[in-house]
Design a protein around this ligand. Sequence first.
Ligand code: FES
Ligand code: CO
Length: 332
Amino acid sequence: MSTEALKDAVLENEWHPVYIASELKDKPASVTILGERVAVFRTAKGSVNALRDLCVHRGAMLSKGHVEGETLVCPYHGWKYDGSGACVCIPAQAKTDKIPLRARAVKYHCVEKYGLVWVCIGEPASELPDFEEFENPAFRPLPCGPYTVRAAGTRVIENFTDFAHLMFVHGGLLGHPDYAELPDFKVFKEKDRVYTSDVPIFQPVAHSGSEAREGTTYVYVKEVFRPLAARLSKRDAATGQTLWILLTVLPVAEKECIVYMAVSRNYGFDVPDEQFIAFQNTVFEQDAWIIETLKPELLPLDLQLELNHKADILSVAYRRWLIELGVKTGTT
Ligand code: FES
Ligand code: CO
């Protein structure tokens, strides 16, 4: 797998999802953001923290150590770092000796939201996207993932904005090739968001060659919030049952990423979460398979390089937005 670092001044200032929050317990974890190794840990009091995964003493990986109270203990010589990155204990020296001010690990911004742990290794350019439906106590929130993809994060987001693949890549699950024609729809742009009007898609029940046209019409709305964060809602037009998915991407390297989803639903509360997770896993495996085969591997930001069709207006708006933002992860 590529370990090539991705230097991108825009992406450095984004919040990236790094962990399922409930799975970050008392053991620290190592994650890679744009080629940078980061240690994330939860203190005894429950706060989440992120430090550069590098002890300033002799370069050990802090994530290989352990949490003690509010500190992360280096596995090599036991130096203890608090959540601000300050070293608060050097076991080899007398308690009365001062700890040098330079004994400090690089601290990164770290928060817990939507069932995920998020880290920004620069200065956050924005707040996390709004996802009211995840926090609404009347709905059922569920984090999904992680899914490792050997592809550029922007390729994953663009695939998520795409409607016309549902009937093919997810044929039988989210659509059917016999019902592939898409209605006209619009794309709107606001300061921090590009989104579509309602897009109804008919999903027939599986039938063996009969003329039956039974099935369900789902109304989709897709939105892109940030270079690496997008959301969809999928509403059953007849019942109003709705599924929301916020899909966010951790860019590990230029051509490698890890995908997390915050999912919420207003129905099926008696259906075990595992069933929803299994369904999302299947859908995402189908997406990953195709995304990993796309060429060029970096998203073409020269709009003349590929043939854009009217069904691709959200993807074109996304590419334009990336150009505007100055994201480097593309082929121009
Ligand atoms: Fe971390 Fe020595 S390398 S304490
Ligand atoms: Co898909």
